[in-house]
Design a protein around this ligand. Structure first.
Ligand code: P5A
Length: 445
């Protein structure tokens, strides 16, 4: 992509309304534009990152055997009357009346709708286990939307729902979700710690939140420092293997880690003092097991192997897809801008032409664009007629993890410069070597 033809409306000044760094950088880097309190347009650069995050979520969900579908954003109120949540949900629910005076709502979550889909189509244990999920916009009329996409009113969520014949199978689905989430967040360059939490309006007793440690997080968290040493790495998981999934869950849930809602001072104080940590965290996901809370009142029953009709056991599992952009930036930035992890970067590499209009530098840049694109690594090429300083500042702000700088001085000896955004270290090499290095870096992502 040529920057001269792209739409990247960067801001020079710090927007006054942004209180935290991720919000500030998302506005300055031209990723989002606020349209109303807590409601944003996703400009091209932000949209690219959002799509990358979605793609990782899809890949990891499907590896776990979960099936994508798409439900609408608008829902009939009657479904929520069946579960009893229409009145309970309160002012966070955006209620709408259509032209026929039917009560509708903009879905804050989809437990009722998915239960309706299930009951209309599944009647036997033979069709279980089943986990369906979608990535769809939600609306919660938060009283204090703030911090940009972190606490929006309209936000993108991955929400998945498991249907199982008995409690053990449903707990396996819970474990499968925890395992797949650990892998998902690691691929985004994040450490998200599962913590015992409270279930709120979704229900059930068994629930974990996934928290990214950050001083700007809205939750207070307490944990044993030992948990921060755990890495998922490149384990290949057999998601049908209950013992294997349970063992991974045990590994991550044995060290103490809880939000303030479930924090227990006595257990916490039993951890050796040098490992006790109190911090703030950003909630990037939550998983729930709630059994028959929806299936029972909504009549989602199946016949079991004894021919009896039993309510299906359920859980639901969410990832804050749009919130993740903010969380990743909070966890990965410096005073010049964002530093995208390779897994989610909008472009794998930027190319800076130091002498636009010079035949040799232009040709070298075009050559790099071609070679990288041929390897599926579309670069962002800054071909604007701008000073080098301004080009570097833009690249630093938008945070591409790698930059190739092309100038007449280097080209005189056949070299370009490859720079890491994270370390700031640069290395001179031939354009071919730079392309190979970038390809090598992204081969493992
Ligand atoms: C699980 C999936 C649920 O809604 N029902 C379906 C369950 N869980 S949750 O914890 O309430 O939400 C899941 C994740 O969505 C993100 N999130 C938000 N992101 C941005 N702005 C908001 N206002 C907002 N509210 C929730 C969080 O990451 C949360 O973990």
């Amino acid at each position: 992509m040529r920057l001269s033809r792209y739409f990247l409306p960067v801001l020079k000044e710090n927007p006054a309304e942004a209180q935290i760094v991720s919000h500030r950088y998302m506005l300055r880097a031209g990723m989002i534009k606020q349209q109303a309190a807590g409601i944003y347009s996703w400009l091209p650069l932000g949209y690219r990152v959002l799509r990358r995050i979605e793609q990782i979520v899809h890949e990891e969900q499907q590896k776990a055997g979960h099936i994508p579908l798409l439900m609408p954003t608008l829902q009939p109120a009657d479904l929520w009357r069946e579960s009893g949540r229409y009145d309970d949900y309160g002012e966070e629910m955006l209620r709408i009346t259509d032209r026929h005076k039917r009560d509708m709502l903009y879905g804050p979550t989809n437990e009722e709708m998915i239960t309706d889909i299930f009951r209309a189509n599944v009647a036997s244990y033979k069709d279980l286990p089943l986990t369906l999920y979608h990535i769809q916009w939600k609306f919660r009329d938060e009283i204090r939307p703030r911090f940009g996409v972190m606490r929006g009113r309209e936000f993108l969520m991955k929400d998945g729902y498991n249907f199982d014949i008995d409690v053990d199978s449903a707990l396996h689905a819970y474990n499968r979700h925890m395992v797949s989430y650990l892998k998902t967040y690691e691929r985004m360059g994040l450490q998200a710690i599962p913590m015992r939490a409270a279930s709120g309006p979704i229900g059930g007793d068994n629930t974990h939140e996934f928290l990214v440690l950050a001083s700007t997080g809205e939750s207070e968290v307490f944990y044993d420092a030992a948990i921060t040493n755990l890495k998922f790495g490149d384990r290949v998981v057999d998601y049908d293997n209950r013992a294997e999934c349970a063992a991974i869950v045990k590994e991550w849930t044995t060290p103490y880690a809880r939000t303030d809602e479930t924090h227990d001072e006595a257990i916490f104080n039993a951890i050796p003092e040098d490992r006790r940590r109190t911090s703030r965290g950003i909630e990037v996901g939550q998983i729930f097991f709630f059994g028959t809370k929806y299936s029972e009142p909504m009549g989602a029953f199946v016949t079991n192997d004894k021919g009896e009709r039993v309510p299906v056991q359920m859980g639901s599992h969410g990832i804050g897809v749009s919130r993740l952009l903010g969380a990743i930036i909070e966890a990965s930035h410096d005073d010049k801008g964002i530093i995208w992890p390779e897994g989610v970067t909008p472009f794998p590499v930027g190319i800076v032409n130091l002498k636009q209009g010079d035949a040799a530098t232009d040709a070298a840049c075009e050559g790099l664009v071609k070679a990288l694109t041929a390897k599926g690594l579309e670069p962002l090429y800054d071909d604007r007629d701008e000073r080098a300083g301004a080009k570097f500042a833009t690249m630093d702000l938008i945070g591409l993890p790698w930059r190739i700088t092309v100038g007449p001085r280097g080209l005189a000896t056949g070299k370009v410069e490859l720079t890491s955004r994270r370390t700031g270290e640069s290395e001179e090499m031939t354009p071919e070597a730079a392309v190979d290095r970038i390809a090598q870096i992204y081969a493992g992502v």
